[in-house]
Design a protein around this ligand. Structure first.
Ligand code: CP3
Length: 350
């Protein structure tokens, strides 16, 4: 398999240019996505391999990004085992009956990727056959905490009251839920990797809602279990760990064992390396709001991120995967994102 800039950078090795991809690069910001996607639940689109593969490829073609990210969602395993969760357009994941008791946990049975969600494996196989060698397919799953927060709250939440209540009043049930979700994440990512994905990201998007102490005792061991299992089974596959508003947790998320630490826009790259070592490989971290502020502002922000990644001698640090600090907003102008990709490629060309 030819060297891909994404894989080289993810292991901190020099590459021909700084690789770039965008979280949520597939989605409503693209007119070709809106034309093809239709109205139903995103979970129904994910069940159609031809459609899901095409939606994955749209941003690769348009932007020339250095990675494709599987068109799927973090709630797919819970949905596929019949827990009773769907994604409401414009709102997010919703459960018919949230997870509050041990009896509810019984509805969240272990996940068997090829039997419960054969359509995902089929989509991955199609993509692995179509993508050029220098554009790897990224597998992903939701981290145990972020998926648990949706299952327990039953809907998107700002306060996570029910989740935190379970963490603090019934740690036995909490840890059992987390162990089940470790199995889901490991099984989901393993299956994507077996079928042709070449790197993965574990999304702990909402872990920033936790104190460092709670994260360390009640979440970190479970995220560590995911990275340990995947590193043992796929030692040559780099993993990324990402969350939003997690500056106070970065050392702990790094300790969970990813090859690459995702940063949102709040944490300067140079500061992360001062804290966790100059060898730290990072992903990020242009503020997605700057993409909405027009091309000039977005490109100035892009230059600032590249400068933040520079070595003391001004050369680029090899351990950088360029991305936004969170997902592309539906209102984003694809032409602005295309200009960002061109600038990253041109400014960092070896
Ligand atoms: O391009 C990509 O990043 C790949 C595909 C992808 C989707 N969801 C497709 C999607 C990925 C990696 C995800 C992960 C995901 N899903 C996360 C973690 C990433 C993050 O944003 O922090 C989370 C929290 C979810 C849960 C979820 N799914 C939410 C909150 C929403 C938005 C609801 C809405 O309609 O506004 C979704 C739906 C979703 N997942 C869309 C897409 C492209 C939106 C549109 C659609 O229904 O077509």
């Amino acid at each position: 398999m030819a060297a891909a800039p994404f894989i080289e950078a993810a292991f901190g090795r020099p590459s021909t240019h700084t690789p770039v991809w965008f979280m949520r690069q597939a989605g409503r910001s693209l007119p070709e996505y809106r034309a093809l996607r239709g109205n139903g639940s995103i979970l129904d689109a994910i069940k159609q391999p031809d459609l899901a593969a095409e939606l994955t490829l749209q941003p690769v073609r348009r932007y020339g990004v250095d990675a494709a990210v599987l068109f799927s969602d973090i709630v797919v395993p819970a949905h596929a085992v019949g827990f009773g969760i769907d994604v409401a357009p414009g709102t997010g994941p919703m459960c018919t009956q949230p997870l509050r008791t041990a009896a509810d946990l019984a509805r969240l049975r272990p996940f068997d990727a090829e039997a419960d969600a054969p359509y995902v494996a089929e989509t991955v196989r199609q993509l692995a056959g179509e993508l050029p060698a220098e554009v790897p397919l990224l597998a992903f799953a939701g981290a145990p905490f972020t998926v648990a927060s949706y299952l327990i709250e039953g809907r998107p939440s700002k306060t996570y009251v029910n989740t935190k209540r379970m963490m603090h009043t019934d740690p036995k049930l909490w840890n059992a839920v987390m162990e089940r979700l470790v199995q889901h994440a490991v099984e989901s990512i393993s299956s994507q990797l077996r079928n042709g994905a070449r790197a993965f990201q574990l999304f702990d998007s909402w872990a920033g809602a936790l104190s460092a102490a709670d994260y360390q005792s009640l979440v970190q061991p479970h995220s560590t279990a995911v990275f340990s299992a995947l590193r043992a089974a796929f030692p040559d596959v780099p993993g990324i760990h990402f969350g939003v508003g997690c500056d106070h947790l970065l050392e702990h998320m790094h300790a969970a064992g990813p090859a690459v630490l995702g940063l949102d826009w709040r944490t300067p790259i140079a500061q992360a390396r001062r804290r966790m070592g100059d060898g730290l490989v990072v992903q990020g971290n242009l503020d997605p709001a700057l993409v909405l502020a027009g091309t000039d502002t977005a490109l100035a922000g892009t230059r600032a991120v590249l400068a933040d990644n520079a070595n003391p001698n001004g050369s680029k640090h090899p351990g950088h995967v360029f991305n936004l600090g969170h997902g592309v907003q539906p209102e984003a102008d694809p032409d602005v994102l295309a200009a960002v990709v061109r600038l990253v490629h041109e400014a960092t060309a070896a």
